[in-house]
Design a protein around this ligand. Structure first.
Ligand code: UDP
Length: 468
């Protein structure tokens, strides 16, 4: 009967690329430490996930044929996911109940607090996984607990929160600067904290050396364990055999073509530009980037998703032939790890930020919305691994500004300092997930708890009854 009590975790992501990646990586990390891990993602995304040692199960968001695009509206999608996700996640837990390997813990994306209710209904552990930086989570935590009111008043800027640097208006998450701009997303951000006091663990994709101070400042309200960076092992500690990529791609990556092209370019000569999976730039902003790249002396590899392609200036590619390559999607980590890449122009999504840090690639931040602004602030001023391109009064980064930033990062005195820092952070990221590193220890504690709980199943129910 031993096998009956072996820990089995079901990991549930919000189904976008920037959420699937770190949660799947966590599932793989747990599996490498002897925990059985099942990844439960939406029917629409389930076919995009292929990871060794991880079972994959479909759940429903109510939009099985097209996911978010089918729902079209954020609030409709979030509601559909809550209702259908709760039901289908519960079915999966029931399905394994009488197998040799019942599910003992739900590790859920913090965007899906209903998953904790499902865990509770089944009397099993629930662990919330936050995919933003600690700093950003701390800001929203303060809002939840009433120590920061929205909208932030003019006289309270710069915003001073314990453990965080002073945040000026351009450094604040867009949702708190303009709470009315995306009400459904803001509501989802706030919902992360709605039942958190009932969670057995809180995890965050960051690491002690990077954001330990910020985490400490809010630990009474948000006692998160830092377990990141959740980047495939081959790029960090190398301890998970065959873990050379996330194992999930919602678009077809054109990586081979990119690598062939990169091979012909000198070391550190190429600027890699990507705005992640969700950002949609204005045509004007695309044009400014295009002309900066055309005017600069650098080679460039630019990811422009198919849906953005129509904004691309005509004849741009013909006029930059030889020094530029534009692709619709690629394996970003493979590009960042390539010796020809000298700089990463990024929207500062948290995964991209962690990937740039973990691979020691200097960055130029061009944040667009949500949590990207504070991430850019940390990149430039706190970790000093890049610069932030400044927007003009219309919110556009002009070509001259981008070129100026590229030069700062690619050549000259500041570039040397940035490269030095980037190299140091790369080492620290590796150490954190390596044997006995700060994140490794936190993950081991969690695994040990799950393993030791095998003879004490009853206590989960006790706890459940106690908490109602
Ligand atoms: N990514 C990728 N190929 C690309 C662009 C992005 O594989 O061409 C990956 C990237 O490595 C990262 C994720 O997509 O893990 C994007 O997450 P992030 O948090 O940076 O931004 P989001 O897409 O959520 O805005």
């Amino acid at each position: 009967m031993e096998a009956t009590h072996h820990p089995h975790v079901v990991v549930v992501p919000y189904p976008s690329q920037g959420h699937i990646n770190p949660l799947l990586q966590f599932a793989k990390r747990l599996a490498s430490k002897g925990v059985k891990a099942t990844f439960a993602t939406t029917r629409y995304t389930v076919k995009s996930v292929h990871a060794a040692n991880i079972a994959v199960e479909p759940i429903s968001d109510g939009f099985d044929d097209g996911g978010f695009a089918q729902a079209q509206k954020e609030d409709v999608y979030i509601k559909g996911f809550r209702e259908n996700g709760s039901r289908t996640l519960s079915q999966i837990i029931s399905k394994y109940q009488n197998s040799g390997s019942p599910i003992t813990c739900v590790v859920y994306d913090s965007f899906l607090p209903w998953a904790l209710d499902v865990a509770r209904q089944h009397g099993i552990y629930g662990a919330s996984f936050f995919t933003n930086s600690v700093a950003v989570c701390a800001i929203f935590c303060h809002i939840h607990h009433g120590s920061l009111a929205l909208p932030v008043k003019q006289e309270d800027v710069p915003l001073q929160l314990p453990g965080l640097p002073a945040l000026n208006s351009p450094d604040m998450p867009s949702f708190i600067k303009a709470p009315e701009s995306y009400p459904a997303y803001l509501a989802m951000k706030m919902s992360q904290y709605s039942n958190l006091e009932k969670a057995d663990w809180i995890f965050n994709n960051s690491f002690e050396e990077l954001e330990g101070e910020a985490a400490k400042s809010v630990s009474e309200l948000w006692p998160a364990k830092l377990i990141g960076p959740m980047v495939p092992s081959a790029y960090l500690d190398g301890r998970i055999e065959g873990d050379g990529g996330y194992g999930a791609s919602l678009w077809k990556p054109l990586s081979e073509h990119c690598i062939r092209w990169l091979k012909m370019k000198p070391q550190k000569s190429v600027v890699y530009i990507s705005f992640g999976s969700m950002v949609s730039l204005s045509a004007k902003q695309m044009e400014e980037i295009a002309w900066a790249l055309k005017g600069g002396d650098f080679n460039f590899l630019w990811v422009v998703r198919e849906s953005e392609r129509s904004k691309f200036p005509d004849s741009f590619m013909d006029s930059t032939a030889g020094k530029g390559l534009v692709v619709s999607w690629c394996n970003q980590l493979e590009m960042l790890a390539h010796p020809s890449i000298g700089c990463f122009v990024t929207h500062c999504g948290w995964n991209s930020t962690l990937e740039g840090l973990s691979l020691g690639v200097p960055m130029v931040g061009m944040p667009q919305w949500s949590d990207q602004m504070p991430d850019a602030k940390f990149i430039e001023d706190i970790w000093r691994v890049g610069v932030r391109a400044k927007e003009n009064e219309f919110g556009i980064v002009r070509r001259e500004e981008l070129l100026f930033c590229l030069k700062q990062v690619m050549e000259g005195e500041r570039s040397r300092e940035i490269r030095r820092n980037a190299g140091l952070w790369k080492e620290m990221a590796r150490a954190a997930v390596g044997e006995k590193g700060s994140s490794d220890k936190s993950i081991n504690e969690f695994v040990k708890h799950l393993m030791d709980a095998k003879g004490r199943e009853g206590t989960w129910n006790d706890r459940f009854l106690r908490e109602g």
